[in-house]
Design a protein around this ligand. Structure first.
Ligand code: ADP
Ligand code: MG
Length: 662
């Protein structure tokens, strides 16, 4: 039948293991069932001598055709063949993956009697096309646009590859949306007008292949993600694999047969294990049976919930550690969390629920949202919002992402000047005014970094540009406004302008999205090196103070009035002191803060002694002269110790005393 109305935009949760499609109609989100009436569809594609099968049809025949049944394409999408995770996945993966062009992992299958290679994008496109067809049938329409969800820590390549997959499936992507954001929207809509004021929600999404924690503040339809954490490689499949390993060992012990290299036996065992795992979520004991598992030998065994928990306890602990870290990042204490929302099929595991509940001191967890559908639900709501449909409540939705790491620039003294601290919601624009640090400085170099460390080079370099042709002026007189601007899609623009001339320059930085591991490592480094970084900042501060002091000495010596106050010898000696001090600064950038401070004391002492005894640094500009010091300097000059006078003065107490007496 021909489509009879304008097609609505749909929301697709393109899951690692299961996908789900939903649409906004009849004033609510409807989850769209597939042809078998199931509200989620396995993200499986299978190739045979005659057919290409999708969804349930593909999953149901996996044990018969393990090497040509493709699942988990999402684990490969946008990745390189030699990525550690790809190499790790290949060890347990029943189908073959080889390296293709541009280092892409290619999935090898036998289709209609011929070997064929597919990219993960092509496989995902088939899954997306299947979901589109499910929607087309249900809506009697020809759907064109969709919001598609991705894990929060997908990097730019993975996001782009997902968009490519959608294009291959004939879908226009209205927005890629982070899965936990989608889930928190579902939660808000589910609560209807039930929530007043600000609510802090922790979204705990443990699915088949990924784990995401998000801390979301919901306020009047505005969803602000305060922090995100998670693991792109943690979920139900890992729990299945632990059980598979356990039974492979048992089969080996009982039957003296190793099935670990037999894809077909492993696939059949994995199906049985997943089933057993689901049953263990509601009963304490279950049995597992696989006929003719290997060499005509049947396999039959039992497993308790306690054993299953023991096999996976390290994974469960890791989930809780991630929750803890995420809370620390957002500076949330447990009592601030109003609701803990469970999302993803694996949150049905009682131990996971119990550990999470214990973590929140016995707080009731929110399970009102169907964990398998929440993400598609939120995606459908956003799809309606973006296409101008939906209820008033949906129209009011405002989505806010946050920066995972601070952004800043390299400031004078090799120190990171943070412009936008981590976890700041985007879009955001921030301006800083910087001053010239040299006389007649004609350019500013703006070097942009991302990270939490004090030393810019310990952070990630993002880009740089130069603001040039600045007017000649003394140090501090030339100013420029640096502006960091990040739009809703995370695209960053950094610009700088000198206001008097209007001279400006800018750079657009397409930040490479960091993987969760990279971000975690950087935050961990920042924590670990906190003391070292504080020491470094102290050094830099001391260095800047000393550098400024030397600069003031130099400027003052150029002042005619001061020049007149000094004898020729004193003047030349002071010029030498300043020159030596500048050299010292040049070679002692890495000196300890105490050394730098000592150096400043020395110089102050010399200056105050020669030009203005007892005068403070701040009064350099109005210093009177004390001529009786001149003879003393003459003596030292004769002793041939001129070059190191400053040091001697400060360090040799008797000289100091002599000076005081004088
Ligand atoms: P994804 O979005 O990553 O594909 P889902 O949220 O659909 O994941 O969850 C799928 C995972 O949830 C699978 O690993 C599945 O085995 C697991 N799962 C589903 N139901 C249960 C259950 N009752 N107990 C334990 N795990 C379950
Ligand atoms: Mg999911």
């Amino acid at each position: 039948m021909a489509p009879i109305r304008e097609p609505p935009a749909i929301g697709i949760d393109l899951g690692t293991t299961y996908s789900c499609v939903a649409v906004w109609q009849h004033n609510r989100v409807e989850i769209i069932p597939n042809e078998q009436g199931n509200r989620t569809t396995p993200s499986f594609v299978a190739f045979t001598d005659t057919d290409c099968m999708l969804g349930n049809a593909a999953k149901n025949q996996v044990a018969m055709n393990p090497t040509n049944t493709i699942f988990d394409a999402k684990r490969l999408i946008g990745r390189k063949f030699y990525d550690v995770t790809v190499q790790e996945d290949m060890k347990v993966c029943p189908f073959r993956i080889v390296q293709g062009e541009y280092g892409k992992p290619m999935i090898v299958v036998n289709y209609k009697g011929v070997q064929k290679l597919f990219t993960a994008e092509e496989i995902s496109a088939m899954v997306l096309r299947k979901m589109k067809e499910v929607a087309n049938t249900y809506l009697n329409a020809n759907v064109k646009s969709a919001v598609i969800t991705v894990p929060a820590y997908f990097d730019d390549l993975q996001r782009q590859a997902t968009k490519d997959a959608a294009a291959l499936a004939g879908l226009n992507v209205l927005r890629l949306m982070n899965e936990p954001t989608a889930a928190s929207i579902a939660y808000r809509l589910d609560k209807k007008a039930g929530i007043r004021g600000e609510t802090n929600v922790l979204v705990f999404d443990l699915g088949g292949g990924t784990f995401d924690v998000s801390l979301v503040t919901i306020n009047k339809g505005r969803f602000e993600i305060k922090a995100v954490g998670g693991d792109t490689h943690l979920g139900g499949e890992d729990f299945d694999n632990r059980m598979v390993e356990y039974f492979v060992g048992e089969f080996n012990r009982k039957e003296r047969k190793d099935i670990s290299r037999n894809p077909r036996a492993l696939a059949r065992l994995r199906v049985a294990c997943e089933r057993a795992k689901r049953i263990l979520s509601s009963t304490p004991l279950t049995s597992i049976e696989v006929d003719c598992l290997y060499d005509g030998v049947d396999f039959s065994s039992k497993i308790t919930r306690a054993k299953f928990e023991e096999l996976n306890m390290d994974f469960f602990n890791k989930c809780m550690e991630t929750v803890q870290m995420c809370m620390e990042d957002a500076k949330w204490v447990k009592s601030m969390v109003s609701e803990v929302v469970l999302v993803g099929g694996s949150t049905r595991i009682p131990k996971v629920q119990q550990m999470l509940q214990d973590f929140f001191n016995g707080k009731e967890l929110c399970k009102t949202i169907n964990p398998d559908e929440a993400v598609a639900y939120g995606a459908a709501a956003l799809a309606a919002n973006l296409s101008g449909k939906g209820s008033q409540m949906i129209k009011k939705l405002t989505l806010v992402d946050v920066l995972p790491l601070s952004l800043g620039y390299k400031a004078f003294g090799e120190v990171m000047a943070v412009m936008i601290p981590k976890n700041t919601p985007i879009p955001v624009t921030i301006e800083h005014v910087v001053c010239s640090v040299f006389d007649n400085q004609t350019s500013f170099q703006i070097t942009v970094y991302q990270g939490e460390r004090s030393r810019p080079t310990d952070n990630i370099f993002l880009g740089e540009f130069v603001l040039s042709n600045l007017p000649l002026a003394p140090r501090g007189a030339t100013k420029a406004t640096i502006r960091f601007d990040i739009d809703a899609d995370g695209i960053m623009n950094v610009s700088a302008e000198e206001p008097t001339t209007g001279q400006g320059n800018n750079i657009t930085i397409n930040k490479r999205r960091l993987t969760k591991d990279e971000i975690e490592r950087m935050l961990e480094d920042a924590r670990r090196y906190k003391v070292e970084d504080q020491e470094y900042e102290k050094k830099v501060d001391a260095f800047i103070v000393l550098e400024y002091y030397v600069y003031l000495m130099k400027t003052k010596l150029r002042d005619e009035n001061i020049r007149k106050m000094l004898s020729n010898e004193d003047f030349l000696m002071m010029v030498d002191v300043v020159t030596n001090a500048m050299q010292w600064l040049h070679v002692n950038k890495l000196a300890e803060a105490s050394e730098i401070e000592d150096k400043k004391k020395e110089l102050e002492y010399v200056w105050n002694s020669v030009v203005g005894l007892g005068q403070s640094t701040a009064s350099l500009y109005q210093m009177p002269r004390f001529s009786h010091i001149t003879e003393f300097w003459e003596l030292l000059r004769l002793a041939g110790a001129f070059a190191c006078i400053a040091m001697l003065l400060a360090r040799e107490k008797h000289v100091v005393d002599a000076l005081h007496r004088a």
